[in-house]
Design a protein around this ligand. Structure first.
Ligand SMILES: Nc1ncnc2c1ncn2[C@@H]1O[C@H](COP(=O)(O)OP(=O)(O)O)[C@@H](O)[C@H]1O
Ligand code: SF4
Ligand SMILES: [Mg+2]
Length: 355
C-alpha cells in the first residue's frame, strides 16, 4: 500500500517587484507537476542537481511550502486540503531531517529540551518522567549515550549532531521521515555510518523514507526506488537496481556517467557524458522537453516543442523522453554539435559498462 502519493504536485513561487505597487512579475516553477508514490516501509530516493526542486518538494509534503496545485495524499488523506490546525495535528506523523544539523538545532537548547519540545507540542507523554523515558529510548536508538541529554549541540561532532537531528524526528514516532541531504554536510567517513543508522532504524520500526540528495552514490544503497528530477519535473523513475543497471533518460545517463567506478579498467573506458550549458533558470524553463537545451540526443522534430510525459517503459520503469526506445537501440545517436561533450572513446565503444 502506498503511504504517500503525489498527484501532479506544483509549487510555484511568485517573483514580486515594485515598491509602491507590489506586483507579481513571474514565477519560479520550482516543482512543476510531479506524480509519484511511496510504498509503506520503503525508501524513495530523490536525486537531481542543486536547484531542481527537491527541497521544495519535500517541504511541500509537510506543507512548509504552500502547494500551488495538486494533491499530497498521505495515508489516504489529501494534506493539501487540510486546514493549518488539522495539518499541525498530523505533523508528528511526518518528520524531516535536515542537511545542516548545526543550523537546524537551536544552540541554546540542550538535547533534552530539543527532543522534549516536539513531545510537548504534540501533547505526547503525561509526566516529565514519561517524556524523559521516551527521549532516552530514542537517544539509545540513534546510538547516543544517555548523558547527552544535558549537553548542547556544539559539544557534539557533525555525525553526532545529525544523530540528534534524527532523534528529534524519531521521538515523535512518525510514519514518514523526509531526509533532505542527510549526509551532505558530513565527512565521507561518517556518511556511511549515518546512512546505516537510518537503514537500521527503518528495519526495526517499519518507517517510510523519502531521501533527498544531489549525490547518486548516497541514495543508491538506501533506496528501493529512485526518482530523478530535472527543473521541477521527474524525468525518470525505477527501482534502484534497474536505474543503475540501465538508465534510460539522457539526463540520468549523464548523471550516472559522472559517478566514478571503483574498477580502474572500467573507469578508464567508461562512457562519460559531460553536460554542456548551464542549468536553465526555473523561472524561465525551456519549452518542450526541459532538458532539450543540454541533451546530446535532442531531435529537431519534437524535443523543443512537445513536453514528454513520464511514461511506463518496462516493468516499474518510467521515463520522460520522446525517444527513449530509439536512444536505447542506437537508432538515434548523439547529435554532432553536442557529441563533442562525450569523450572520443565513446565513439568506438558501443557498450556502456555498468557500474
Ligand atoms: N521560498 C522560495 N522563494 C522563491 N524561490 C525559491 C524558494 N525556495 C526555493 N526557491 C527556488 O526554487 C528552486 C528549487 O529550489 P530547491 O527546492 O531548494 O532545490 P534543490 O533542493 O533541488 O537544490 C530554486 O531555483 C530556488 O532558488
Ligand atoms: S525528449 Fe528529446 S531532448 Fe528530451 S531527453 Fe529525450 S531526446 Fe533529449
Ligand atoms: Mg535542497
Amino acid at each position: 500500500m502506498s503511504l504517500l502519493e503525489l498527484h501532479d504536485l506544483k509549487v510555484h513561487f511568485p517573483i514580486r517587484r515594485g515598491i509602491v505597487f507590489d506586483r507579481t512579475v513571474g514565477h519560479v516553477y520550482a516543482v512543476d507537476g510531479v506524480s509519484l508514490s511511496i510504498e509503506s516501509g520503503q525508501t524513495y530516493g530523490l536525486v537531481g542537481e542543486s536547484g531542481c526542486g527537491k527541497t521544495t518538494l519535500g517541504r511541500a509534503v509537510l506543507r512548509l511550502n504552500e502547494i500551488t496545485a495538486g494533491k499530497v495524499v498521505f495515508d489516504g488523506t489529501d494534506l493539501a486540503q487540510l486546514s493549518e490546525k488539522e495539518m499541525r495535528r498530523r505533523r508528528n506523523r511526518l518528520q524531516m531531517v535536515f542537511q545542516d544539523p548545526l543550523g537546524s538545532l537551536d544552540p541554546r537548547q540542550n538535547v533534552e529540551s530539543i527532543l522534549v519540545e516536539g513531545l510537548a507540542a504534540h501533547d505526547i507523554g503525561k509526566t516529565r518522567d514519561e517524556r524523559r523515558k521516551r527521549v532516552l529510548k530514542t537517544l539509545d536508538a540513534v546510538g547516543l549515550p544517555g548523558n547527552a541529554l544535558s549537553r548542547y549541540p556544539h559539544e557534539f561532532s557533525g555525525g553526532q549532531r545529525q544523530r540528534i537531528g534524527i532523534a528529534r524526528a524519531l521521538v515523535l514516532e512518525p510514519d514518514l521521515i523526509i531526509c533532505d541531504e542527510p549526509v551532505s554536510a558530513l565527512d565521507v567517513s561518517i556518511q556511511a555510518q549515518v546512512l546505516n543508522l537510518l537503514e537500521g532504524i527503518q528495519q526495526e520500526l517499519g518507517l517510510t523514507y523519502l531521501v533527498i540528495a544531489h549525490d547518486l552514490a548516497v541514495v543508491r544503497h538506501i533506496s528501493d526506488t529512485i526518482g530523478v528530477m530535472y527543473l521541477g519535473n521527474l524525468v525518470e523513475e525505477a527501482s534502484s537496481d534497474d536505474l543503475y543497471a540501465a538508465p534510460r533518460h539522457p539526463y540520468t545517463k549523464a548523471l550516472m556517467s559522472a559517478v566514478p567506478v571503483p574498477d580502474p579498467l572500467v573507469e578508464e573506458t567508461r562512457e562519460r557524458i559531460l553536460l554542456t550549458g548551464d542549468l536553465p533558470s526555473p523561472a524561465n524553463p525551456p519549452a518542450g522537453c526541459r532538458f532539450h537545451t543540454r541533451c546530446p540526443w535532442r531531435q529537431e522534430t519534437r524535443c523543443d516543442t512537445e513536453r514528454p510525459e513520464l511514461r511506463q517503459i518496462g516493468t516499474g520503469h518510467r521515463v520522460a523522453c520522446h525517444f527513449a526506445e530509439q536512444i536505447e537501440s542506437g537508432e538515434i545517436r548523439p547529435t554532432s554539435e553536442l557529441a563533442a561533450a562525450i569523450l572520443p572513446d565513446a565513439e568506438v565503444q558501443t557498450e556502456v559498462p555498468n557500474a
